[in-house]
Design a protein around this ligand. Structure first.
Ligand code: ARG
Length: 460
């Protein structure tokens, strides 16, 4: 007997080819939808009872049978069969084996097409929650660092050249902002994920007197998909999730790149806790920042999944096509990658050791207060372009003498502009430069502290 009997084999005269079976089966990966599949089935069965299509006894049998099956799955005792193709048929078959005809009635008014679309949406809704809380954990770690280092000076870079002094806390808050937008974006994706496809059946709806709103309420959906063809067919919600996930990885990859640079002895700004690094099998002195490197590397696979899903969708005519079975592996891998990355990251940031002396030294080396000197001259009445020119000449002189601007004497500085007075030295210090940028979004330590306080309230 073909084990597919009961699902669809009645129409066929020879058993399916072995390789075709393996090629078309999704059970090796979609078993992960089991909990959501059962949830969806129970909501569907309760609705069928509610509208009088299913008897109370049948519903009770289905509920009992599903509880047992769920228990087996959770205990790892459920036997998944490749012959039964996917998670939906595996569970339905196990149910029927237990409770007989009541199990066979479960699929009334439903198709695997609306069933799988529902499962994927339930899975993704749950994943969104896990990813959003991972983002919040990372943000909390960033805020702790920002608060502790609200006044720790480091060089700010443009073009990776020393530009102006900033605080390390300010730098951490930049990433906090990026992750805030990621959190918002995922919340926005959730609105479109959280709609119920069930009721669309295979593609056209069903002739049973179903109550889709009932099922939507049971499953916590905000509403139903309005068009049955669209409901079983489009995976745009998965694609936009992947796009938002890609941006999360972009942000973490950028931070990773900085951590890697900063940990290089050439910078020596930070050290990562040993548990996030590995050594070299040949060079005994090495301590490598493997975790940030892998975050940077895994960003590529998440981008790849986004491309994969877009391409999967682009040529499909309405409505459901088997192509869509290929949505799951990229989606699962994207979720797994993000959840693990965010979990590791929140902890790695907690173990970050900041080296303020090295940061200060680097900030003092690159004429990072040159803009402050120009601004000083502007305040004394010089047009900005002339001030820029005067300071450029001062920088050249300091460079030739291998010293910083603040180490030039008053007379030396006055050679570049007679407007320079005793008070110039206050603006040439790193602290003076930081304190001067005292407005919302600026790097002054007081602003960083205020920003941390606002951020804490925002994510509380
Ligand atoms: N395993 C299938 C998927 O993931 C379930 C839907 C199958 N529907 C069908 N008509 N063959 O998309």
């Amino acid at each position: 007997m073909d084990k597919n009997s009961g699902a669809w084999s009645g129409r066929f005269s020879e058993p399916v080819d072995e390789l075709v079976k393996r090629y078309t089966a999704s059970i090796p990966f979609d078993y992960r939808l089991a909990e959501f599949d059962i949830k969806g089935s129970l909501a569907h069965a309760r609705m069928l009872r509610h509208v009088g299509v299913l008897s109370a006894q049948d519903l009770a049998a289905i509920e009992g049978g599903m509880a047992d099956i769920l228990g087996e799955i959770r205990a790892g005792r459920f036997e998944w069969s490749l012959d039964l193709e996917d998670v939906h048929l595996n569970i339905e078959k196990a149910l029927t084996a237990r409770i007989g005809d009541a199990g066979k009635r479960l699929h009334t008014g439903r198709s695997r097409n609306d069933q799988v679309a529902t499962d994927v949406r339930l899975y993704l809704r749950d994943a969104l929650e896990r990813i959003q809380s991972g983002l919040r954990a990372c943000q909390a770690s960033l805020l702790d660092l920002a608060e502790e280092h609200a006044a720790t000076v480091m060089p700010g870079f443009t073009h990776l050249q020393v530009a102006q002094p900033v605080t390390f806390g300010h730098h951490m808050l930049a990433y906090f902002e990026m992750l805030s937008r990621d959190h918002d974006r995922l919340g926005d994706v959730r609105k479109r994920v959280n709609r119920l496809p069930l009721g669309a059946a295979a593609l056209a709806g069903t002739s049973y007197p179903i109550d889709r709103e009932f099922v939507a309420r049971e499953l916590g959906f905000d509403g139903v998909c309005e068009n049955s063809l669209d409901a079983v067919s489009d995976r745009d919600f998965a694609i936009e999730f992947s796009a938002a996930a890609s941006l999360v990885m972009v942000h973490l990859s950028r931070l990773s790149e900085e951590l890697i640079l900063w940990m290089s002895p050439r910078f020596g700004f930070i050290d990562l806790a040993d548990r996030f690094c590995t050594g070299s099998s040949i060079m005994p002195q090495k301590k490598n920042p493997d975790v940030p490197e892998l975050v940077r590397g895994k960003t590529g696979r998440v981008f790849g999944h986004l491309m994969g899903l877009l391409t999967l969708m682009k040529g499909q005519p309405l409505a459901y096509n088997k192509d869509n079975q290929e949505d799951k592996e990229p989606l699962f891998d994207t979720v797994d990658t993000l959840v693990d990355t965010l979990t590791l990251y929140a902890d790695m940031l907690k173990g970050l050791r900041v080296k303020p002396e090295a940061m200060r030294r680097a900030a003092a080396e690159g004429f990072s207060t040159a803009t402050d000197l120009a601004d000083y001259l502007v305040k004394k009445g010089l047009p900005f372009r002339d001030a820029h020119e005067a300071v450029a000449r001062a920088v050249r002189a300091a460079e030739a003498r291998n010293c910083d601007l603040a180490e030039l004497s008053l007379t030396e500085l006055q050679a570049f502009s007679p407007l320079v007075g005793e008070d110039v030295f206050a603006v040439l210090t790193l602290e003076g430069s930081l304190a001067a940028r005292n407005h919302i979004g600026g790097t002054a330590p007081a602003q960083v502290k205020a920003a941390v306080a606002r951020a804490r309230a925002a994510i509380a």
